[in-house]
Ligand binder design. Sequence first.
Ligand SMILES: C[S@@+](CC[C@H](N)C(=O)[O-])C[C@H]1O[C@@H](n2cnc3c(N)ncnc32)[C@H](O)[C@@H]1O
Length: 229
Amino acid sequence: MNGRARQAAGILLDRHREIAEPATFRLLGLEWDLLPGVYAPHLTQSAALYAEWLPYPVHGSFCEVGSGCGYLAVTAALRGCAHVTALDVSAAAARNTRMNAVRHGVADRVRVGHGDMFAPLGGDDRFDLIFWNSNFVEAPATERVDGDLDRAFFDPGYGAHEAYLRDAARHLQPGGRLLLGFTDLGSEDRLSELAARHGWSAGTLRAARCGTAEGHIEYRLVEFRRAGR
Ligand SMILES: C[S@@+](CC[C@H](N)C(=O)[O-])C[C@H]1O[C@@H](n2cnc3c(N)ncnc32)[C@H](O)[C@@H]1O
């Protein structure tokens, strides 16, 4: 793991640990519920960027892996996606996503699953767009990452990233798109290597460099396309 990534993640983790009670925050002009232990999107600038950048499949189906508090899954439903599926390995995040779907009146269009990567899905589940704002800080493969908050930031050996790239294709509609929210604190070479291993090539669709308390971070919306196409 690079030192800059560990330092930035450490600062942001400390700010998350201060949230010990259920809270609310404002983002995208709306009020959202936040449970302790769940990634807090209002603490970084990436949330507004991804909400603006995502090519929502209006009238189509959207799957968000790692939905956290659910602001993006709910936003997708509010912006016209007919079927939204939100998945998270954290039980608190899955509960938080349901809370925000109810708060914003879209619980009938936002299905929430709790489990590792695509495990909560059925074999027939296919989407027009799959997105994950990932835990992009690569920890050593041997490092134990315990706790929901740590898992929102650190991915030992990029095992979760590999699962995403290995298994997403079987849940895409023909012509469906696979996107990832990533930053320059992530391990780009490793991501490209994993993409190539599973038949994808990675390209940056959108990027913005932002000044933050953790230093300058470039947020990127990455698209994976089938290699050779
Ligand atoms: C950077 S946070 C993003 C949360 C939310 N999408 C947002 O932008 O506010 C990464 C999320 O991915 C989830 N996550 C990490 N590993 C996962 C896995 N193997 N399967 C599903 N979700 C995972 C974490 O629990 C966390 O909610």
